[in-house]
Design a protein around this ligand. Structure first.
Ligand SMILES: [Zn+2]
Length: 428
């Protein structure tokens, strides 16, 4: 069944913006070398017309001019993992144990009304724009984030979560998911996509994984899964042991079978890994798992600060990159990391895998866009891509090293303006 479209798309696509000429001390396209005294032209369709040396492009007559002689223009940042409906929960879930933390989040969510989720999603999206982030890949089950994206004319993918650890819950979970997809489809537009997210191996049965994967393939929906995140999850899937296994036994839920596989291997067995799948976290993965991700075409959302906050350990980022697995960096939620600072995440990824600054910055721009299937739409400054840009202060010295180093040393407070499809969505 195709998702019903009960209403017109929420927002007209292709609405015109005023063409813009944006110049700065540096333009950093990420798809080519940095341009000193650079300029970017964005057309009335919101897409990049041209980028190069200041003054050498053909500027449309009606263009709005902006110049930042002490700043750098870079691609709008891409956050490959958020839970914007949890905005406002920073500092409210401090449980050191992961299973306890999950329970705490459930309690916090249960106390929130639908309109509060929408208010949280709006605030979270505005915070992202203020931090130079123009595209988010978000998971949640309130439906608030796709609505917030649609009304703000934002850019992103909202993966709608589905739960059901007992195989007997399969029909109920699937009919609920189909219903929500049909309702939320009204928010889909050229820049706002809907996906599905069978939540995690400790909340989803093997049967439900298989059914969601088949449904996503039929409907052409992208899929995101929290995968191989905690020791408790690996113990559940591999050894039928640990706190999640104890909780399932107490509730009479059959344990994942067959046991003995890694979480990555177990999801692959159920048809979940593929070219439209974003695997979030993937901390507990060995060489065989990395090979499996590569072979299936699945991508990884790497969340170094969240992994560290929860004591999950460190993901094999270097191995993913060496194997050619598409990887982007994500923040995870404010309930995990307190504040969403994507450049801080890129620095953490850099330390973890010994990356140079350009590659680290790619993990929150070009490579991040590829990881969520939007590499032909955004993530770099080149003609044809969306005019999604972040303008960042340069240090007074211009930075000691390369302009990549200077950008990577920055944070949300350094963002001067954020532009989405040629439209300013944040100005300091
Ligand atoms: Zn998450």
């Amino acid at each position: 069944m195709r998702p019903r479209q009960p209403n017109r798309p929420f927002r007209r696509t292709g609405s015109e913006v005023r063409p813009r000429r944006l110049s700065a001390a540096w333009v950093v396209p990420m798809s080519g070398p940095p341009i000193r005294e650079g300029e970017v032209l964005v057309g009335s369709d919101g897409r990049i017309l041209w980028a190069g040396q200041r003054g050498s492009g053909a500027v449309p007559d009606s263009a709005e001019l902006s110049d930042w002689p002490d700043a750098v223009i870079l691609p709008g940042l891409v956050n490959t993992h958020t839970h914007l409906e949890l905005t406002g929960f920073a500092g409210m879930a401090e449980e050191p144990d992961f299973a306890d933390w999950i329970r705490r989040i459930r309690t916090l969510k249960a106390a929130r009304a639908p309109e509060e989720f929408l208010a949280a999603a709006r605030r979270g999206l505005a915070d992202c724009h203020a931090a130079g982030v123009t595209t988010v890949a978000d998971t949640g089950d309130s439906g608030a984030v796709i609505e917030a994206l649609a009304e703000a004319g934002g850019s992103g993918i909202a993966y709608h979560e589905v739960f059901g650890p007992h195989p007997d819950q399969l029909e109920e979970s699937m009919s609920g998911l189909r219903e929500r997809v049909a309702v939320l489809h009204r928010f889909v537009s050229e820049r706002v996509r809907l996906g599905v997210s069978p939540h995690a191996p400790y909340t989803v049965s093997g049967a439900l994984y298989r059914a969601v994967a088949e449904y996503a393939a039929q409907e052409g929906l992208p899929m995101a899964v929290h995968l191989a995140e905690s020791a408790a999850e690996s113990a559940l899937v591999e050894e039928s042991a640990g706190p999640f296994a104890d909780a399932w036994r107490a509730r009479g839920i059959p344990l994942p079978s067959p046991a003995g596989r890694s979480p990555v291997g177990w999801l692959d067995l159920h048809g979940v890994l593929g070219g439209r799948t974003l695997a979030i976290h993937v901390v507990r993965a060995g060489g065989e798992d990395v090979g499996r991700l590569k072979a299936t075409g699945a991508a990884v959302a790497h969340c170094p600060l969240s992994n560290s906050r929860h004591g999950h350990g460190t993901a094999p980022l270097r191995a993913f990159l060496d194997a050619g697995v598409p990887v982007g960096v994500g923040t995870d939620s404010v309930a995990s990391v307190g504040r969403l600072d994507l450049l801080a995440e890129a620095r953490a990824a850099r330390r973890l895998a010994g990356l140079d600054a350009e590659v680290a910055l790619g993990l929150v721009s070009t490579a991040a866009a590829v990881a969520i299937g939007l590499g032909d739409q955004l993530g770099a400054i080149r003609p044809g891509l969306w005019g999604d840009l972040a303008v960042l202060d340069l240090p007074p010295s211009g930075g000691d090293g390369t302009v990549y180093e200077a950008i990577l040393a920055g944070g949300p407070a350094d963002v001067r303006e954020t532009i989405l499809g040629g439209r300013t969505v944040y100005r300091r």
